[in-house]
Design a protein around this ligand. Sequence first.
Ligand code: AMP
Length: 259
Amino acid sequence: MKVARTISEIRHELAARAPGSIGLVPTMGALHDGHLALLRAAREENDVVVMSLFVNPAQFAEDRDLARYPADEASDLERARAADVDLVFAPPRDEMYPPGFQTWVDVTELGSILEGRSRPGHFRGVATVVLKLFNVVRPTRAYFGQKDAQQVEVIRTVIRDLALEVELRVVPTVRDPDGLALSSRNALLSDEERRRALALSRALATRDREQALAELAAANGLDVDYVEVADFDPPVLAGAVRVGSTRLIDNVVLEGGTK
Ligand code: AMP
């Protein structure tokens, strides 16, 4: 497994492996079994698997949130190696955002509802970095988690609107046995907070907005941001809560399977 730090390095490594299909799995590190499911799917379907490892500052609305985002590159690289990743692209910030950077991708309507309303600029940061990663890696297929359903919808919209030649692959949400959706942010929860956080997946599992809201209102110590039915592909019941200082999101598919 090679680790590339610059755009020219990763392009050079990819050129050396051409031709063949390329699967890209974008991550912000702090890898867990959800990321591993994406890597597994990419490994099964492509000749070359590229994992990007970049905590994208542009998608964090608050500096405090960015500063406390979990990071352990050595252990991430170990996991990537075990998942048979061929290339890791782990650029420093100014490789992705060089001085004078000013070109943004903004999915205007979809990017300003739900998560976008609570985290202004979040999806502009996501869409921009993902388009740049696509442009650098030129993947045949790119892998994203259903856990971030609105992110999937945003990326699907970018691919359609800008006529990108990449196949979007969506992997079902991986959960702990008790139902909590795996998330890098779970590492920030105390035992007590983790116990309270379970109310979110339990509430969404009702697949009924009113019932979910009632369950969350009855749960202790959860600050509910929203619970909404979102007309995505597939439609989901999505929710966001704050537990202590950690914000968590989750969703359940309402009809059809994960595409
Ligand atoms: P992140 O590192 O949090 O940006 O996530 C990288 C990718 O992993 C995104 O496409 C996420 O949607 C996906 N992902 C995160 N958590 C899960 C999960 N529990 N199940 C499936 N995919 C996930």
